[in-house]
Ligand binder design. Structure first.
Ligand SMILES: [Zn+2]
Length: 256
């Protein structure tokens, strides 16, 4: 069994945006599908181990809203603050509770320089070198975003189900493409699904996203990292991109 819960589905600033005066931020209500913490995923294993993908700046409220127990591991894809800097909020928690954090070597450098006083057990992984937590085999996957970013292939060793999590990207190397082929589920980046920002080459842009998705072979594709600057509600996204699933906070999937 592998139970996934989206505990965040928003872009780097979440929805509502800080002091947001855009149409989506002005109308959004707590608990609606348009209210989005920063993207992260909770994974519950066969023996109820608790894994969190990404330490977002919303981790305190995410843990409360979704009634998460103390995590057995936090796994971080890259050093951007919306994925890593939630660890700063765990200072007091970590002083009372051991915490294992997995990340790549560049993420470890950022952790050491900016929050090394928070004494976690930091395990450095390498791309394509798998490790296992309970029944879940986790393989970090190189993705093209910033130096250096990993997605993750999660495989339920009891059921054989495969889920790929590729949150921030502007493309993937062929080796990653081969490994995620025929996944049951791929979760990927919709930061600029409906709008284009010329000066940000680190994510796929509007006209590049659908061609990228069409090349993936997965039973289900879930789009995450949604921002209010796109000017569309969750319902708008569902109507316009009906061939894909649009993530929302609290959405669940289970392999069993
Ligand atoms: Zn990023």
């Amino acid at each position: 069994m592998m139970k996934l819960t989206f505990i965040g589905s928003g872009c780097w600033q979440g929805i509502p945006a800080p002091f947001g005066d855009d149409e989506i931020s002005k109308k959004v209500e707590w608990g609606s599908k348009d209210f989005r913490f920063r993207t992260s995923l909770h994974v519950e294993t066969e023996n109820a181990k608790s894994i969190i993908l990404e330490a977002t700046p919303d981790i305190r409220l995410q843990s409360w809203k979704f009634k998460l127990k103390k995590p057995d591991a936090i796994i971080i894809s890259h050093w951007h603050w919306d994925h890593l800097f939630g660890l700063l909020d765990l200072d007091w928690f970590v002083s009372k509770n051991p915490l294992v954090v997995y990340g790549n070597s560049v993420t470890k450098d950022w952790y050491d320089k900016r929050m090394g006083h928070i004494k976690v057990d930091f395990q450095v992984f390498k791309s394509y070198k798998s490790f296992q937590i309970d029944n879940i085999k986790i393989t970090p996957l190189e993705v093209n975003h910033v130096d250096k970013t990993d997605g993750f292939l999660l495989e339920d060793m009891n059921t054989g189900k495969k889920m790929a999590y590729l949150s921030d990207l502007h493309g993937i190397p062929e080796r990653t493409n081969q490994l995620i082929k025929n996944s049951d589920l791929v979760i990927t980046d919709a930061t600029y699904l409906a709008s284009y920002i010329n000066d940000d080459p680190t994510h796929l842009q509007k006209d590049q996203i659908v061609p990228f998705l069409e090349k993936l072979s997965a039973n289900e594709i879930i789009l995450t990292n949604i921002g209010s600057y796109q000017g569309m509600t969750h319902d708008d996204f569902e109507k316009k991109f009906s061939q894909y699933t649009i993530a929302y906070d609290g959405m669940e999937r289970q392999s069993s």
